[in-house]
Design a protein around this ligand. Structure first.
Ligand code: NAD
Length: 314
């Protein structure tokens, strides 16, 4: 008789816990967040949301054009003013993400630490491969890849000392699936997936987690390829809560890749077909004859690390 009563009590407590959890707002009080490219589009929404939930925010933005020309303090200043008008705490930084040390220094000088880093800054210089100049390639890689590297490396120094960090890296469907006319951007964005995977491994023992976000949202950048009517459906504000959750201490996911758009989010991963083993000596003809088995998706596996691939060889 006692057992059912105990079970009942436990299930009541569980339900109570889940109700309290649902009711409890996720906050970032005491946390310092750096959002790169936060002067507009997606980054602005991340900065506003984190500040609204108690984080002290560094609003970084170079303030140039979407093709990476010029600079201005206006974009970052406007977002900082908005945050302060809402009662939040924020400072601006106008350096390029290529100067990662300076960007991170703004967080340390003003707030003494850095808990959250959202690598969001980006530009486009679209052209098909034969028309692409070295400048188009280099500029896109400088901002997306080198920028993420420079800022993250500078932030990691402090995150390690704190034994705490949440990093978000921004990729794109152009990287995951390819996109006509964006070979420079696609390569950089897929490169950032590898970047985050390795950071997730190197950071784990210091409680530094890293995930990739693959957003779609109407912004100054995407307006170049998206119809204006998409603006209502694909608001950056719909992506921000997903990114903010990845930045919260309650989220323990790391090494993940999350696609999100228009109020939807899903997780993406690489899969491996079961494949086939060739007989020795391996001939080209044998490979041809067994090619369907190599490409057969009816039985798939997913590995979290490269060690999984070696296991498939056993
Ligand atoms: P956006 O142009 O509105 O925002 C990018 C911001 O980065 C701008 O404010 C810009 O001034 C800033 N920036 C550019 N170069 C910089 C540099 N060197 N240093 C500091 N700041 C710099 O575009 P968005 O759509 O909000 O894009 C945000 C991120 O999301 C980008 O990395 C972009 O590639 C990625 N993304 C966007 C979409 C989308 O649908 N909007 C899709 C996939 C990926």
């Amino acid at each position: 008789l006692i057992v059912p009563r105990l079970l009942l009590t436990r299930s009541c407590i569980r339900r109570l816990h889940s109700t309290v959890r649902t009711a409890m707002a996720l906050r970032f009080d005491g946390r310092v967040a750096l959002v790169t490219g936060a002067g507009g589009g997606l980054g602005k929404e991340y900065a506003l949301l984190l500040a609204n939930r108690g984080a002290k925010v560094v609003v970084n933005d170079l303030g140039g054009t979407w093709t990476g020309e010029g600079k201005s303090s206006k974009a970052a200043d406007e977002v900082v003013s908005l945050i302060r008008a809402n009662g939040g705490t924020a400072v601006a930084n106008y350096d390029s993400v290529e100067d990662g040390d300076k960007v991170v220094k703004t967080a340390i000088d003003n707030f003494g630490r850095i808990d959250i880093l959202i690598n969001n800054a980006g530009i486009l210089r679209d052209r098909s491969l034969l028309k692409m100049t070295e400048k188009d390639w280099d500029l896109v890689h400088a901002v997306h890849m080198r920028g993420a590297f420079m800022v993250t490396r500078a932030a990691l120094l402090y995150m390690r000392k704190q034994d705490y960090g949440r990093v978000v890296v921004t990729s794109s469907t152009s990287g995951l699936y390819g996109s006509f006319g964006q070979i420079n951007y696609s390569a950089a964005k897929m490169g950032l997936v590898g970047f985050s995977h390795t950071l997730a491994m190197e950071g784990e023992k210091y409680n530094i987690l890293s995930n990739v976000i693959v957003p779609i949202a109407y912004s100054r950048m995407s307006a170049t390829v998206m119809a204006p009517e998409m603006g209502e459906i694909m608001k950056p504000v719909y992506v921000a809560p997903i990114v903010a959750y990845l930045c919260h201490e309650d989220c323990t996911d790391t090494g993940g890749v999350f696609e999100c758009a228009g109020g939807w989010a899903g997780k993406v991963r690489l899969q491996q077909s079961q494949g086939t083993t060739f007989n020795n000596p391996i001939t080209i003809e044998q490979v041809r004859d067994k090619w369907d088995e190599v490409c057969d998706w009816t039985r798939v596996t997913h590995h979290r690390t490269a060690a999984g691939t070696y296991k498939s060889l056993e």
